[in-house]
Design a protein. Structure first.
Lengths: 199, 240
């Protein structure tokens, strides 16, 4: 195998480690990039290099950006007094895609997990408590996953904030948009029924 | 190799991009692991939550392989997600079962007791006593049974108020004498006497905790105790 082929094979091996890609799809992607190397590969390589140099966690909320303080935390219009607590950066980005929330976020970096021995000290909970005082937060919205670990974490945070006197709310649980009752699991139907409202 | 059973999900870990390794507690096959193909998908996420109950078929080429599960939901216990105390109980139960039970050793009677306790978790205030009794039973099932029905010194069945940390046997007030400060308090609710108080539950969990930590854990290679148990004790204290 020549050195040139080795480089391409190494690139395929690296690409195959990415989520959602296996060796075959990585090979296809690399072949595609090589064919479009001027228009796609070179700009992609430049951007990857650039982001590798500049990407970092926001010191305030834990979001990923290219500065010490992210755009959301820097935006004064988002100082609404509402703070949305999410498990991971991907959840923050999902909330932002929805454009339904105009306040600020706090990324925990995980959930309490008995299985993985993740305790409160492993999450960004102390920073959350500090922020509530520093940023005059009036409502904390717990947007954590509706899983055992997610809700265990939500209850823990609610307990920690109990004495602060601020409102602690959580996302509703129920039928998703486009959801058909026949395909819903029993737990979701039960939660939706409990949270029913006058129509 | 193939068998069918039902089981309670103790944990589900992602395995690769699409599968999950699931740890189940079953009546006939004990605590058993297996791979659920597609277990990392959104379709399986609600089914594989800890505490959920599933009908399961296990297949493997050889007995000692991890094998694969196909699962069908029986009960999800999702209503417990909104109950902070019940959720703390569920976490303590699943993590203690994972911590303590050996793999592939059946405990059919203990399974029934465990299933009942899981059902009780979302039904009011009665379960902390059931949970305490369950921990006593867990110790018993694993060979560290406590003898609480008569005094280790006098054989008397009256006024049993302590447990010896050395033997795990009850001691009456008279027999304890000057040794009383060194003994563990025995809550009367474990003897079926008197009303259940928060202090009883606290004392009881402190007693079972002593034996879990000092008898059971060393036998399991000094594994650290699951933090979920302490979080349950903290949560119970908060709601006293």
């Amino acid at each position: 195998m020549s050195q040139a082929t080795k480089d391409i094979e190494a690139l395929i091996t690296q690409m195959a480690k990415l989520p959602g890609l296996g060796p075959r799809s990585a090979r296809r992607a690399v072949l595609h990039l090589i064919k479009k190397r001027t228009g796609q590969m070179a700009p992609l390589a430049d951007l990857m290099h650039q982001v590798a140099q500049s990407a970092r966690e926001c010191l305030n909320c834990g979001n990923i950006g290219t500065a010490d303080i992210c755009d959301i935390c820097n935006d004064d219009r988002r100082a609404t007094g509402e703070l949305c607590v999410v498990e991971d950066v991907s959840d923050l980005w999902a909330m932002e895609r929805g454009q339904a929330f105009s306040g600020r976020y706090h990324v925990l970096g995980g959930t309490l997990s008995a299985l993985d021995s993740v305790g409160p000290e492993d999450l960004r909970i102390p920073q959350l408590v500090d922020r509530i005082a520093a940023e005059q937060i009036t409502e904390v919205i717990l947007a954590l996953n509706a899983t055992v670990d997610g809700q265990t974490t939500a209850h823990y945070i609610a307990d920690q904030l109990h004495d602060t006197g601020i409102a602690v709310t959580s996302l509703a649980q129920g039928v998703p948009i486009g959801g058909e009752l026949d395909y819903l699991d029993d737990g979701t139907i039960g939660a939706a029924l409990k949270a029913r409202r006058r129509f | 190799m193939e068998w069918r059973d039902e089981g309670i999900i103790l944990s589900a870990r992602r395995h690769g991009e699409t599968s999950a390794i699931v740890d189940l507690f079953t009546p006939a096959h004990g605590r058993h692991m297996g791979v659920v193909r597609g277990g990392a998908s959104r379709r399986f996420a609600p089914i594989l939550q800890p505490g959920g109950q599933v009908a399961v078929a296990w297949r493997a080429r050889l007995e000692d392989h991890i094998g694969s599960f196909t699962v069908e939901p029986i009960r999800q216990r999702a209503d417990i997600l909104n109950d902070r105390l019940g959720l703390a109980g569920l976490n303590a139960l699943t993590s203690l079962l994972s911590f303590a039970l050996p793999e592939r050793e059946p405990y059919p009677a203990f399974y029934v007791q465990t299933e009942t306790l899981f059902d009780l978790l979302s039904h009011g205030d009665a379960w902390p006593l059931a949970y305490l009794r369950w921990e006593v039973e867990l110790l018993d099932q694993l060979g560290f049974g406590l003898e609480l029905n008569k005094c280790a010194v006098t054989g008397s069945r009256d006024d049993l108020v302590y447990v010896s940390p050395k033997t795990g046997r009850a001691v009456s007030r008279d027999a304890a004498g000057d040794w009383a400060p060194r003994l563990l308090p025995l809550p009367q609710c474990l003897l079926g006497q008197g009303a259940v108080t928060a202090k009883d539950i606290r004392d009881g969990l402190s007693m079972t905790g002593y034996f879990i930590e000092n008898r059971l854990a060393p036998a399991l290679g000094d594994k650290p105790l699951p933090e979920a148990r302490q979080r349950l004790i903290d949560a119970l204290a908060r709601y006293e």
